[in-house]
Design a binder for this molecule. Sequence first.
Ligand code: FES
Length: 124
Amino acid sequence: MVRRSKRKLRRLSRNFPVNVQTDSVDILPCASIPSPLTIPMSELPKIAGRTPVKVSLEEGKNYAYCTCGLSENQPFCDGAHKGTDFKPIVFTAEADADMHVCMCKRTANGPRCDGMHKSLPEES
Ligand code: FES
């Protein structure tokens, strides 16, 4: 058990599941933080593609990135997520630019690809 000041507690609580009741930090073992590989398949989004797709964004235009993988308009939302716990990531392009958009829906930096597709299990 580690004793820390309240300010450090607040900072740590952004990164770790902490127990703040006891004025100390119980840094829970990493095993208690579910990795994407341990979340039941039923709760994971559908893999819409195994490689990212390059999209040319237009400055000032709004986009809704599909996080569920069910959309027929990938990588963008078409409402197919309705009835699921998934919601699209809505964003406005800050400039005319190309973006490699995640299609495996495992990215931690949506809508951008973060390379998670490289650790997808082999296709069965
Ligand atoms: S269709 Fe996938 S988030 Fe809307």
